[in-house]
Design a protein around this ligand. Sequence first.
Ligand code: G3I
Length: 321
Amino acid sequence: PGLDVLAKRAGLLYFGTAIDNVVLNNSQYISIAHNKSEFGQVTPSNGQKWMYIEPQQGKFNYSMGDAITKPGREAGQMGRCHTFIWHNQLPEWLTAKNWTKPELVKVLENHIRHEARHYYDSCYAWDVVNEAFNDDGTLRETMWLNTIGKSYIELAFKFARKYTSPRTRLYYNDYGIERVNNKSIAVAEMVKYFLKRGVPIDGVGLQAHFTTGRSPSYNETSASIAQYNKLGVEVALTELDVRQALPDSHEQQQAQAKIYADSVKACVDAKDCVGVTVWDFWDPVSWVPETFPGYGDACLWSANFTKKPAYYAISDMLREY
Ligand code: G3I
């Protein structure tokens, strides 16, 4: 049995992967990506981001997102949708202009309205807002914050609730919140504040981009998940990967395997952690080497499509449930 089959037996809703458009012509890759036994859920790594979806104002193009979500649906895989509001990968027409607040709120609502309707039945969850906080718990300076003010986050959630299917779970998604720290506490405070005032939010996505040698322990991740579950929202590990300093070694692969297995286990053992998504499963398409030169080999399958120790560590761990 593959990872999704084992994860479901252990009580998760899914074990999934991100898929990038650059690799859609690789048939060996695709046969694993849409193998429902391994992955019960898929997320487009890029295809649903603003610059690709609305490359010109009011002109929507869903081809890149659809290229991932359609085969996923045909294979019977769930979808996580990523992401409405981020400060990255925005189109030029949006970033180049000096918007007034009412103008930008309109642009935001219009974008969410169109994209939410297009993917109405394709998303178990939407990452409504992505990476809005700094590590110290303050809000990140972005065009959204600068022009609309901090209410842009709750506006985005309200628009998302208005236009997505009522079955779609609305998530706040971020990295560096897999431990109890200033950032993860600030996110918990936001969730609390939203729930108190009736702003719709259903979940928190812990991205879980880890590095061998300095990743959170099982207990640390468990404690962070618990701080959100305690408030009554669900959690998912949304972008799990574990990068290595290159060149990779046998020892590093073993260490990586333990981090992968411990992270998935923290989700399985939590009160309400619904699933785990790896941020791609194949080393050659990982985002890591481009962003962190000297690091790589972060995924479960190596370049020649062999499964790495990390794959077997997750699989063995899940079999114990
Ligand atoms: O669009 C161009 C394309 O025209 C060109 O042919 C190609 C050549 O390399 O590059 C394409 O753009 C790349 C884009 O991904 C689409 O493949 C960018 O250079 C590249 O920087 C971009 O990287 C993505 C990154 O987000 C952008 O910040 C990664 O693939 C994607 O995995 C990564 O995902 C983010 C999550 O959304 C949020 N959390 C962190 C995570 C990792 O950074």
